[in-house]
Design a protein around this ligand. Sequence first.
Ligand code: NAD
Ligand code: GLY
Length: 359
Amino acid sequence: MRTLNLDLGDRSYPIFIGHNLLANKALFEPYLRSSQVMLVSNTTVEPLYAAQLEQTLSGYSCDKVVLPDGEKFKNLETLNLIFDRLLSQRHNRKTTIVALGGGVVGDMAGFAAASYQRGINFIQVPTTLLSQVDSSVGGKTGVNHALGKNMIGAFYQPQSVVIDTNVLATLPDRELAAGLAEVIKYGLIADATFFQWLEENIDKLIARDSDLLAYAIEVSCKTKATVVAQDEKESGIRAILNLGHTFGHAIEAYQNYNGWVHGEAVAVGMLMACDLSQRLGWIDISLVQRAQRLIERAKLPMIPPSTMTPKDFMAYMAVDKKVLDGSLRLVLLKACGKALVTSEFDSSKLSETLEKYCC
Ligand code: NAD
Ligand code: GLY
C-alpha cells in the first residue's frame, strides 16, 4: 500500500492506495468519530461492495442509503434522500459518512457531509478510476443544476481517501476509459514525463494491468494533492485541473447530464483546448497530434456530439464557474506539462476551434 498526504494544515488527510483495502479496518477506524456510520452508495455499487465494507466496519452501527445510479440523479432531489435518512435515523454530529461509489456518489455524499448539521466527517471510498484519480481528492463536493454542472456545492475535505484498486475489476470498459481521460489530463497540465509514460503504457492500462493502474493512480493523486495544497479553493492555480472541462461541461449540460459520461466529455474538451492553444501559437501541432493519438488509443471520443453547434457551446460555457466579470476564462497549454488559466486569448481563435469541432 502507498500512502500520500494532502497537506492542508489541520485539515490534512491521507490517501491510501493499494489492493484489498476495503477489508482493512485500520484504514477506517481512526477517522470515525463515534459508533454511527452512514454508508452512501448507489444501486450498482452497493450490491458489489457494500457487504464487504459493512463486514469491515462490524462493531459500528452502519446505516446505509442507496441512491439511484447516474449523473442525471446528481441533483438536490437525490441529495435529499441522504438528509432524509440521516434525520429519520437520528444521526448526530459525530456520525461519519462513508461514500462508496464513483464521482457522482462521492460529490453528493461529500456535499451532504458538508451541510448536515453544518458539517460532519466523511471518508471517500472511490470505486471508479475517475473518482480514484480525481474526484475523491481535493474536497470539491456538490450537485448539478439544470442550468449548469456542479453549480451548487461546497469545498469540504474528507478525513481520508481509501483507494482499493481491486474494485476496478468490475468497472465497465467505458468507465475505465473515462478515468483515463483525467489521467491523461495530469500529463498534459503538469507532467510531460508522465505523459510520455502514458504513451508507452496506454495499451496495458486499457488491459487493466493492476500494477500500472496503481502507478497511474498514485502519480495522478500526487499531482492533484500538490495543486490542491497550494490553492484549496481555486483562487488561482487549481483551475488548471479543469483542462478541457469548460468545453466538456458544455457537452454534458447540452445532453442534460444524460448522454456521455464525464470523462468522455473531458477528453473531447481537452482536444479542443489543445487545438485552441495551437491556434494561439502557444503549442506545436505535434503536441495536438500526440494528445489526439493518446485519446484515440484510450478509446475515448474525439469530437463533440454531432448535433452540437458553436452557439450551443458558447451558451453553456457562459455559465462556467471560471467566468469572471463576464469574461470567459479557459485552461490552455503553453507546453506539454505546462497549463495556465486565462481570459487573454483572441476570441476569433476560439470561434475557429468551435467551428472546426462542430462541423
Ligand atoms: P459515476 O459516479 O457516475 O460512475 C460511473 C458508473 O460506474 C456508474 O454507473 C457507477 O455506478 C459505476 N460504478 C462505479 N464503481 C463501479 C465499480 N467498481 N464496478 C462497476 N461499476 C461501477 O461517474 P465517475 O466517472 O466516477 O464520476 C463522474 C462525476 O464526478 C461527475 O459528476 C463529475 O462532475 C464528478 N467529478 C468531480 C470532481 C471533484 O473534484 N469533485 C472531479 C472530477 C469529476
Ligand atoms: N477536478 C478539478 C478539481 O478538483 O479542482
